[in-house]
Design a protein around this ligand. Structure first.
Ligand code: 5CA
Length: 439
């Protein structure tokens, strides 16, 4: 993509409304714009990252055996009356009346809708287990929307719902999601730590929050320092196998949110305890028959008896993750994207926008990178070198390829790694070989 043809409205100054770094950088890099409190438009650069995050979430859900569906944003109030949650949910629910005076709402979550789909379609234990997920916008009328996309009112969530015949099978479904979550966040370059959590308005008795450590996190968290050295992607684990040992291993290391942490009972010696702040990027719940019983989601069991299904629900804050990744990976110049979610892999900078030789050399590099399928943002503007460097550092692509008059004369380019800051003066061929290599 040529910057001259792109829509990436950069801001030089820090926007005064943004209190945390991810919000500042997302506005400055032209990723999002606020439409009204807690509601954002995603501009091309931001949307590219959102889609990549969404795709990693999708791949790991699919890998776990969950099936993608798409449920609507608008739901009828009657389904929530049936579960008993309509009155309980309070002011966070955006309530709407249609032209026939029917009570509707903008879904803050989808347990009721998915339970309705399930109860109408599945009649026998032989059709279990099932796990259905969707990636869809949600609305919660937060009292104090803040921190940009981290606590919005409208936000993109992946929500999955498991249906099983008994508690043991439901625990297997929970374990599959537990594994999928650890893999999902690790693939994004994040260290997400599962912590036992309160179940809140979703209900139930087993629940974990997945929390990434960042100084600006909303909640205080405590964990064993051994967490910082774990590598979840090291072992390829079959989600169809027995995951209980895996679950036991990963939950044996101490980690707790503020509400669950009791210093008097903490098993970790003070020297090994990390006290930090965290951002919740996912939350999983096992709640048994809380929705299936009142809503009549029952199946015929092995002996013909009617059994309300055992359910769990599993959320990931997809749009929140974009902010959370920036919180976890930035420096004083801007964003430092992990490769897996970077909007482009390479930023190609022509230092002399008005120089024919530099233009020709840059155009040739751009064509080669594009033909090789390497996502490249090409700064072809006639701007100062300083402005271009600042823009590239702000946008935070993993690699910068810099073309200048001296290099063009000598047949070299400069290759800079955004994360380490390392620069190398190498031949254009060597740079291309490096950037087009499989990674
Ligand atoms: N029904 C369950 C699981 S599907 C549920 O709604 N869980 S939740 O309330 O914990 O939300 C799931 C995830 O959505 C959270 O872990 C968080 O990452 C994200 N999320 C929740 N509220 C917001 C918000 N206001 N802005 C951005 N992301 C949010």
């Amino acid at each position: 993509m040529r910057v001259s043809a792109y829509f990436m409205p950069l801001l030089k100054e820090n926007p005064s409304e943004a209190q945390i770094v991810s919000h500042r950088l997302m506005l400055r890099a032209g990723m999002i714009r606020q439409v009204t409190a807690g509601i954002y438009s995603w501009l091309p650069l931001g949307l590219k990252v959102l889609k990549k995050v969404e795709q990693i979430v999708r791949e790991e859900q699919d890998h776990s055996g969950a099936l993608e569906i798409l449920m609507p944003t608008i739901q009828p109030a009657d389904l929530w009356r049936a579960s008993g949650r309509y009155d309980d949910y309070g002011k966070e629910m955006l309530r709407i009346t249609d032209r026939h005076e029917r009570d509707m709402l903008f879904g803050p979550t989808a347990e009721e809708v998915v339970t309705d789909i399930f109860r109408n379609a599945v009649k026998s234990y032989k059709d279990l287990p099932k796990n259905l997920y969707n990636i869809q916008w949600k609305f919660r009328d937060e009292v104090r929307p803040r921190f940009g996309v981290m606590r919005g009112r409208e936000f993109l969530m992946k929500d999955a719902y498991s249906f099983d015949i008994d508690a043991a099978a439901a625990k297997r479904a929970y374990n599959k999601m537990f594994l999928a979550y650890l893999r999902t966040f690790a693939r994004m370059g994040l260290k997400a730590i599962p912590m036992r959590a309160d179940t809140g308005p979703i209900g139930g008795d087993l629940s974990h929050e997945f929390i990434i450590l960042a100084d600006t996190g909303e909640s205080a968290v405590y964990c064993d320092k051994a967490w910082l050295e774990t590598d979840v992607l090291a072992a390829e684990i079959d989600p169809a196998g027995d995951l209980e040992p895996f679950f036991q291993k990963w939950t044996s290391l101490y980690a707790a949110t503020d509400e669950m942490h009791d210093p008097a009972k903490c098993p970790v010696p003070a020297a090994d305890l990390v006290t930090a702040r965290g951002i919740e990027v996912g939350h999983i719940f096992y709640f048994g028959t809380k929705y299936s019983a009142p809503m009549g989601a029952v199946v015929a069991g092995p002996n013909g008896e009617s059994v309300p299904v055992e359910m769990g629900s599993y959320g990931i804050g997809v749009s929140r993750l974009v902010g959370a990744i920036i919180e976890a990976s930035h420096d004083d110049k801007g964003i430092v994207w992990p490769e897996a979610v970077a909007p482009f892999r390479v930023g190609l900078v022509n230092l002399r926008g008005g120089d024919a030789k530099c233009i020709a050399a840059s155009d040739a590099l751009y064509a080669t990178l594009r033909n090789a399928g390497v996502e490249t943002l090409y700064d072809d503007r006639d701007e100062s070198a300083g402005a271009k460097f600042a823009a590239m550092d702000l946008v935070g692509l993993p690699w910068q390829l810099v073309v200048g008059p001296r290099g063009v004369a000598a047949g070299t380019v400069e290759l800079k790694n955004r994360k380490t800051g390392d620069r190398e003066e190498i031949s254009a061929e060597a740079a291309l070989a490096r950037l087009t290599a499989k990674h």
